[in-house]
Design a protein around this ligand. Structure first.
Ligand code: NAP
Ligand code: MN
Length: 266
C-alpha cells in the first residue's frame, strides 16, 4: 500500500458531489496522497457513489492492471463499495491498521464479431430491441448446445451474479469461483425450441458463443454493465473469463457473503 500514493477520483462532476468529495480530497492530501487528474499517472482509483459509480470507474479507466480500485459509497454500502464517505475516519483507521486486503475480481471478455474486445465486471446481456422474440444459437466451446428463442440472455461474472442475473432467478456465486453464469430472459419452450431452462455455470476455460440467427430480427441490444454497446448489427458474441482480473481494496471483515446477507436477508 505504502508505495501507492497517486490517487485518481472517479465521480459524477455535480456541485453536490464536489461538496461531498472535497473533505475526502483534503484528507487524502493530509495523508500524503497525491491527487492526480490524469488516470495514466494513478496507482489507486477510487470511485465515489454506488455500485454503478464503481462499474463506470472500472470501464472508463479501462480495467487498469497496474491500479488498485477502491469503492467509496455515498449511500449504504453495496457490493463493490466497502468504504463510506460519511465515515472517512474509519477508512483511514482501516488503512493504517491492516484491516484491509486486496481481492481480485474476475472480469468478462466479450468479443463481438471480429471487433476489439470489451470487458465488463457485472455482466453482458443481449436482448431483442423489438417486441418480437429473437433466436440465438448457443455454443459451449465447439458444441452447439441449444437454440434459444425469447427476450435474451445474461452472462454474468460471480460479482455480477447479485445484479441483473438475480432478477431472472440465477444463482448467487462465490467470487472465489472463477466462472461465468449463463441465464435466460423469458425463453420460449415448445416442440420446436427447447432450452435448458435453468441458469448454468461455466468454468474458467470455457468459451460461450452466441450466434444471432439472421432472420430479420437481428439487431439486438448488447449491454455491458451499465452501458449499451453502440453496435447495431451483431452476428456473434464470444464470451470468456478474461485472463486479467481487477484488484479491489476491501475491508477484511466484510466478506462477499456478509454483503449478500446485509443486502438481501437482514
Ligand atoms: P441501475 O438500473 O441504476 O441500478 C441497478 C441496481 O443494481 C442499483 O441499485 C445498483 O447499485 C445495483 N447493482 C449494480 N451492480 C450490482 C452488483 N454487482 N450486485 C448488486 N447490486 C448491484 O443501474 P446501475 O446502477 O448503473 O447498475 C448497472 C447494473 O444494473 C447492470 O450491470 C445490471 O446488473 C443491473 N440491471 C438490473 C436489471 C434487473 O435487475 N432487472 C436490469 C438491467 C440492469 P447502486 O445503486 O449502488 O448503483
Ligand atoms: Mn444506480
Amino acid at each position: 500500500m505504502s508505495s501507492r500514493t497517486n490517487l485518481y477520483l472517479s465521480y459524477k462532476r455535480t456541485n453536490e458531489m464536489e461538496e461531498l468529495v472535497n473533505p475526502l480530497k483534503a484528507l487524502a492530501e493530509e495523508n500524503n496522497f497525491t491527487l492526480v487528474t490524469n488516470v495514466e499517472e494513478a496507482n489507486i482509483i477510487a470511485s465515489i457513489g454506488g455500485d454503478n459509480a464503481f462499474l463506470q470507474a472500472t470501464r472508463k479507466t479501462g480495467f487498469k492492471q497496474d491500479c488498485l480500485y477502491v469503492g467509496v459509497s455515498t449511500d449504504s454500502l453495496g457490493f463493490y463499495t466497502d468504504f463510506s464517505i460519511q465515515d472517512m475516519k474509519q477508512m483511514i483507521h482501516a488503512l493504517q491498521n491492516e484491516e484491509v486486503e486486496v481481492r481480485r475480481y474476475p472480469i468478462l471478455k466479450v468479443t463481438v464479431d471480429n471487433e476489439k474486445p470489451f470487458y465488463c465486471l457485472n455482466e453482458c446481456s443481449i436482448r431483442s430491441n423489438v417486441i418480437k422474440t429473437f433466436v440465438i444459437d448457443v455454443f459451449i466451446d465447439d458444441l452447439h448446445f441449444e437454440t434459444f428463442r425469447g427476450d435474451g440472455m445474461i452472462v454474468s461474472t460471480p460479482t455480477g451474479s447479485t445484479a441483473y442475473n438475480m432478477s431472472v432467478n440465477g444463482a448467487v456465486v462465490d467470487p472465489t469461483l472463477l466462472s461465468l453464469q449463463v441465464s435466460e430472459i423469458a425463453s420460449l419452450n415448445n416442440n420446436e425450441y427447447r432450452t435448458l431452462g435453468t441458469s448454468f455455470l461455466l468454468g474458467q476455460d470455457r468459451t460461450l458463443t452466441l450466434k444471432v440467427v439472421q432472420d430479420g430480427n437481428d439487431h439486438p441490444i448488447i449491454g455491458v454493465d451499465n452501458e449499451a454497446l453502440s453496435i447495431r448489427h451483431a452476428k456473434q458474441l464470444k464470451l470468456q473469463l478474461a485472463e486479467q482480473s481487477i484488484k479491489v481494496l476491501k475491508l477484511k471483515n466484510n466478506s462477499f457473503w456478509e454483503k449478500v446477507q446485509r443486502n438481501f436477508i437482514k
